[in-house]
Ligand binder design. Structure first.
Ligand code: ADP
Ligand code: LRH
Length: 474
């Protein structure tokens, strides 16, 4: 079997990239073709994604890919969507999940529907920006079709309207057991069933690239293949683990912390612990919880005018640890804005010393994330009955040595860091399989482990300091 080239368009919340991968027997060679910032834009009081700008960048990236692409796959952050009118035209710019229009909406829907019903049906953690709550805040009167972001780009490329299943599982409208749109949840959300597109699974060819997009990027007629279009689903595909005794942290703007299962966990304890059962590739369940992640650092860096990150992290590594702690998942950290001030106020309120310098603020973020990684992983393992022997930390955060080391120490487990571009790798691997190459999920992971750069962090002895820190924070 010879080699083929696949392109991944991977849109993260902080940056987008087009990557080209050469794949063959024992070969997985991923190259970055184009990277571009993903900058939200506030207009008239609403925070939007610049979706046309992102699409333009994707087409530019594809134009710079080799001519003989076997297929193209698209993934992005979850939950957000575009609404189309009866002519297929976009009704306004998609709104960012951090926009304030959902303030108080989740609480209202939960009070009306009851947590028990919502969780039993969708298996989804309660996050204020889940699609179901965004829809409850939107005017849907002119909407004929709803497409999640990767599906929207695929529609522009192919003319075909689909809803890829892993990303659909983040909407709060999908039945966690059957993997189909839930009539109960649709009715509750006031969404007409025909507004949602037919579901497709990762690995199904959506269609070939049409003339408009094709002529723009030079790949007319190339198949556009559904992948785990939820970026986290693709990232979990490329976790270089063997067997099932592993936890993962997909660490970028968010830390998605959990385990892989065959069946959802939908009981009351799981609901109260606010764990999610998102759909993974090959019918797996991503049992995880969102930890606020490197957003805390990104937004601090923005407030400080983007100083040099590696230098700041090196300085933070020299600051004494576990002095100032925050609960990173406090909703006060969700919206954009001055992060260092919010962190200082949070420390003050909880009786911890306020970080006095940038390095101290960064150290506070790293310690607090490592602690949240540990608490979340332990709970995921306990609630699902999984033995976790090793933690795989993938995504941009795997470049952060301090965070990897602290996470290993806090968990008392080895952390295997990398690949950095796990999402793009998961994206191209699922395409490659659809086009006759590579095999099972286990084989994909073996190929990742054999070909990608990884780094192992052993925990230092004893987790007493971390146990104590967890107690102090509680
Ligand atoms: P997303 O997909 O959510 O946009 P990424 O997986 O691309 O996120 O990760 C982005 C994060 O990776 C940045 O916020 C930054 O904290 C981290 N990162 C990137 N480069 C480095 C680096 N050289 N050293 C440490 N951390 C880095
Ligand atoms: C990470 C991610 C995460 C979702 C959030 C909205 O990029 O997709 O899995 O919860 O964005």
């Amino acid at each position: 079997m010879s080699e083929k080239v696949f392109a991944a368009a991977d849109l993260g919340a902080s940056s987008g990239r087009v990557m080209a991968a050469r794949i063959g027997p024992g070969v997985l060679d991923l190259r970055e073709v184009r990277r571009f910032p993903n900058r939200p834009v506030r207009v008239n009081g609403t925070l939007h994604w610049d979706v046309l700008g992102l699409y333009g960048n994707v087409l530019d990236g594809l134009r710079a890919c080799p001519d003989d692409l076997a297929s193209i796959g698209i993934d992005s952050w979850a939950v957000d969507y575009g609404l189309l009118d009866e002519n297929g035209a976009l009704l306004g710019n998609p709104v960012h999940y951090r926009d304030g229009r959902t303030d108080g909406v989740m609480e209202r829907v939960r009070a009306e529907a009851g947590d028990d019903l919502l969780y039993r049906e969708s298996g989804l953690q309660f996050l204020p920006f889940n699609t179901i709550y965004q829809l409850a805040a939107d005017d849907l009167s002119r909407a004929r079709t709803l497409l999640l972001i990767p599906d929207l780009l695929a529609f522009w490329m192919t003319g075909r309207r689909v809803a890829e299943r892993t990303n659909a599982s983040t909407t709060g409208l999908l039945d966690a057991r059957t993997g189909r749109w839930s009539d109960t949840l649709l009715e509750l959300a006031g969404v007409a069933p025909d507004v949602l597109a037919p579901l497709v699974d990762p690995g199904e060819v959506i269609d070939r690239m049409g003339p408009e997009a094709g002529d723009e990027c030079g790949h007319r007629g190339t198949p556009v293949t559904a992948v785990g279009s939820h970026d986290t689903a693709s990232a979990v595909v490329a976790v270089p683990a063997s067997g099932r005794r592993f936890g993962y942290i997909s660490c970028g703007t968010w830390s998605l912390v959990g385990v892989e299962l065959d069946e959802p966990v939908l009981g009351a304890e799981s609901r109260k612990a606010n764990f999610t059962n998102e759909g993974g590739v090959d019918g797996t369940v991503r049992y995880l919880r969102n930890v606020m992640g490197l957003w805390l650092l990104q937004e601090s860096m923005r407030t400080w005018g983007n100083p040099d990150l590696p230098a700041l992290l090196a300085e933070a590594a020299r600051v004494p640890g576990l002095r100032s702690l925050i609960d990173p998942d406090d909703p006060e950290f969700l919206p954009p804005g001055d992060m260092p001030s919010r962190i200082a106020a949070h420390c003050r309120r909880r009786g911890f010393p306020e970080p006095a310098t940038r390095a101290e603020t960064v150290r506070c973020i790293m310690d607090s994330l490592a602690l949240a990684h540990r608490e979340t992983l332990r709970e995921a393992a306990r609630l699902s009955g999984t033995d976790v022997e090793v933690v795989h930390l993938v995504g941009g955060g795997s470049r952060n040595e301090l965070l990897c080391r602290l996470t290993a120490d806090a968990c008392g487990l080895p952390v295997v860091a990398g690949p950095v571009e796990a999402t793009a790798l998961g994206n191209v691997l699922v395409q490659a399989r659809a086009h006759g190459m590579v095999g099972s999920l286990a084989e994909m992971r073996e190929l990742v482990a054999a070909t990608q750069q990884l780094r192992r962090y052993e925990p230092s002895a004893g987790t007493d300091r971390w146990n104590e820190a967890a107690e102090r924070l509680r």
